[in-house]
Design a protein around this ligand. Structure first.
Ligand SMILES: [Zn+2]
Length: 80
């Protein structure tokens, strides 16, 4: 399966926001947030929102790869 398109939409010293294409439908995109200060990440795909989030305010730890969806993995590691 080919890798989805990743676009960096916004970035500053504390934060990065990406748009990542769905693996299964090229018409769908998800938003991936990386909080470089809190060391957390977030994706708005249903799998992440419903099953993978661990943090009280949403998201998962950047160093907790067990709880990363494939979109977050694509952003952080370039593959999943
Ligand atoms: Zn996701």
């Amino acid at each position: 399966m080919s890798s989805p398109q990743i676009t960096l939409l916004a970035e500053n010293e504390e934060y990065e926001f990406y748009r990542v294409g769905s693996f299964s439908d090229e018409n769908i995109n998800y938003g991936v947030d990386i909080d470089k200060v809190e060391r957390t990440c977030f994706c708005d795909c249903p799998h992440f929102i419903n099953r993978l989030q661990t943090e009280k305010w949403g998201g998962a730890r950047i160093d907790d790869s067990e709880h990363h969806c494939k979109h977050i993995r694509e952003v952080l590691y370039g593959n999943y």
